[in-house]
Design a protein around this ligand. Structure first.
Ligand code: KDG
Ligand code: MG
Length: 404
């Protein structure tokens, strides 16, 4: 008799920030954990799971990851969307966790086995000005990082994406209603090349440097920035322009050889079809939690591999350690892994999600635990109730709504 799913429960907790977690239990006593966190929209995913998805799972064979994924995706009739895809991802992660535990092996062994000894990660350095950012990058270098994302405040703007008060645990969401940021592409475009000129002088040529424009530029502005940054050979320029209009990247690509990364807000490979097929990007930023789970992510990665596109999975603090642990198994196994983003979680978060992954000399390793190797401490989580929080919104200097 095949193992069956006995029940599934959704937990919303806030150990430093909000997380939504799914726990699926089987009749054999094995359980799997999935991350269902969608920053600023947590309760919508929790409801989607408990009200619409969990009832369909009871009695199913947890080994049927492909059929259950298709059931939840095609079977809903309504397709895509971040709430739906995050909910499906949580189920998929939990089922792969169960599969690994039942077979007593880490998930990476079910995806082809390790293709490398570890997963190169990039950390986040930021500062209110160039000098402070340069100091922060040097700190990451001293800690053994091989790659660092650098963001700096912009003169004339009171706040900028990527620059935080707490240097160690960057957290963009804020309790209460959405905070408001002010933006000027003109001021930003003058500042960023100066930052990277200084960084190359002080950090040398070996360190991989990355930068996130966070969807704020128009394609021709992004092209100008990419060209200006070429002497500093960035690992990538991220989210140079919003990607709903995938053809916009043709303009950037025509003008610059700076490598381009995009996709942290994509929920399906359909969002990147033109970007990948026309080789308009170099790194796909989708990851397991918002991309529908392991089942579709390995297919997206395989499609990307056919077009010289590597992965650079999203790994901000609003993706729980369950996503980080799970992503590392995919990173370790697939042939076209590029880099993994790694923003450290707070000690409160790490205590609620004990995990097998470890950091050493700029690399993360998922560990040897069966499944994805990340657990969930329900009793501890219950001590941190949900608190409403939002990402900021962004306006131009004249008040016009812009992309955050
Ligand atoms: O929830 C939004 C964050 O995950 C995002 O702003 C972080 O851009 C980001 C990044 O590159 O990690
Ligand atoms: Mg980003």
């Amino acid at each position: 008799m095949a193992m069956t799913i006995r029940d599934a429960q959704v937990f919303v907790c806030s150990p430093g920030r909000n997380f939504v977690t799914l726990k699926i239990r089987t009749d054999e006593g094995i359980y799997g954990i999935g991350d269902a966190t969608l920053n600023g929209r947590e309760l919508a995913v929790a409801s989607y799971l408990s009200d619409h998805v969990v009832p369909c799972l009871i009695g199913r064979d947890p080994f049927q990851t492909e059929d259950i994924w298709q059931y939840l995706y095609r079977g809903a009739y309504w397709r895509k969307g971040p709430v739906t895809m995050t909910a499906i991802a949580a189920v998929d992660m939990a089922l792969w966790d169960i599969k690994g535990k039942a077979l007593d092996t880490p998930i990476y062994n079910l995806l082809g086995g390790p293709s490398r000894s570890g997963v190169m990660v990039y950390g986040h350095a930021n500062g209110r000005d160039i000098a402070e950012t340069v100091d922060e990058v040097a700190r990451y270098q001293a800690d053994g990082y091989l790659a660092v994302r650098a963001q700096s405040g912009v003169p004339g703007l009171p706040s900028t994406y990527g620059v935080s008060g707490d240097k160690l645990f960057y957290e963009p969401a804020a309790r209460g209603l959405p905070p408001e940021n002010v933006w000027s592409s003109e001021k930003y475009l003058l500042q960023v090349p100066k930052l990277f000129e200084r960084l190359r002088l002080t950090c040398g040529d070996d360190l991989h440097l990355l930068h996130d424009a966070h969807h704020r530029l128009k394609p021709i502005e992004a092209a100008r920035l990419g060209r200006a940054l070429e002497p500093y050979h960035l690992f990538w320029l991220e989210d140079a322009t919003p990607a709903e209009l995938q053809e916009g990247f043709r303009i950037i690509r025509q003008h610059t050889t700076t490598p381009l990364a995009v996709g942290e807000i994509f929920d399906s490979v359909w969002d990147a079809r033109t970007l990948i097929a026309e080789q308009l990007i170099d790194y796909l930023r989708m990851t397991v939690v918002h991309g529908g789970g392991i089942t579709p992510i390995v297919k997206a990665a395989a499609f990307a591999a056919m077009h010289h596109v590597q992965t650079g999975f999203h790994g901000a603090t609003d993706l729980s350690p369950v996503t980080m642990g799970t992503a590392l198994h995919v990173d370790l196994a697939i042939p076209n892994f590029g880099i993994q983003e790694y923003m450290r979680h707070t000690p409160e978060t790490d205590a609620v999600f004990p995990h097998a992954y470890t950091f050493e000399r700029g690399m993360l390793h998922p560990g040897q635990a069966p499944g994805h190797g990340v657990d969930f401490d329900e009793a501890l989580a219950a001590r941190y109730p949900y608190e409403r929080a939002y990402l900021p919104i962004n306006r131009r200097l004249d008040g016009t709504m812009w992309n955050w």
